[in-house]
Design a protein around this ligand. Structure first.
Ligand code: ZN
Length: 171
């Protein structure tokens, strides 16, 4: 991010873009896991996508938007190429267990939380700061939720990625 959003509209456009990207990514993961008959993990990613969808809808309602506005180019400059809340696709493994899926989600939610915190510190606009702090608090809730979930699922063995019957790909 080069420039902090100057107005609440700009800020909320950034926040919405982030949530929508998170929805897309979690849904993409869920689809991938379904392809590999990994139903448990697919369900987990769908639930995360559901949280982010709710969050995105909340922003739209709050702003009275019918569709997502374009984000000013000068602002959208994520730390990497991807939005902080989008878990990297390379980290997905077809044999991954719920615990791994949650690890990915945890990292994404923590990045989102840090991002909004950083933004709150950068902005000189009071309404943007207030909105950024609110988003940060909501992401912190997602973090806590994922952590609570992680405490309930079994921890994977070290040989979790050994496949006795590896998939064969036919071109
Ligand atoms: Zn989130």
């Amino acid at each position: 991010m080069k420039t902090a959003p100057q107005t609440l509209d700009e800020f909320m456009a950034v926040a919405l873009a982030m949530e929508n990207e998170a929805v897309d990514r979690y849904t993409e993961f869920a689809d991938m896991m379904e392809t590999h008959n990994n139903g448990d993990v697919a369900a987990m990613f769908r639930t995360m996508a559901g949280y982010e969808t709710k969050h995105a809808r909340q922003i739209m309602d709050q702003m009275g938007w019918q569709s997502a506005p374009a984000v000013p180019r000068k602002i959208v400059c994520w730390p990497g190429y991807e939005s902080p809340e989008a878990a990297p696709i390379d980290d997905v493994h077809y044999l991954m267990q719920p615990y791994h899926a949650l690890q990915l989600a945890l990292a994404a939610e923590q990045r989102a939380e840090a991002f909004f915190g950083q933004l709150a510190g950068m902005t000189t606009n009071d309404s943007v700061r207030a909105a950024a702090l609110e988003m940060q608090a909501e992401e912190a809730e997602h973090v806590a939720l994922v952590q609570a979930w992680m405490a309930k699922v079994p921890q994977p063995d070290s040989d979790w990625s050994d496949d006795p019957d590896p998939p064969r790909y036919i071109d």
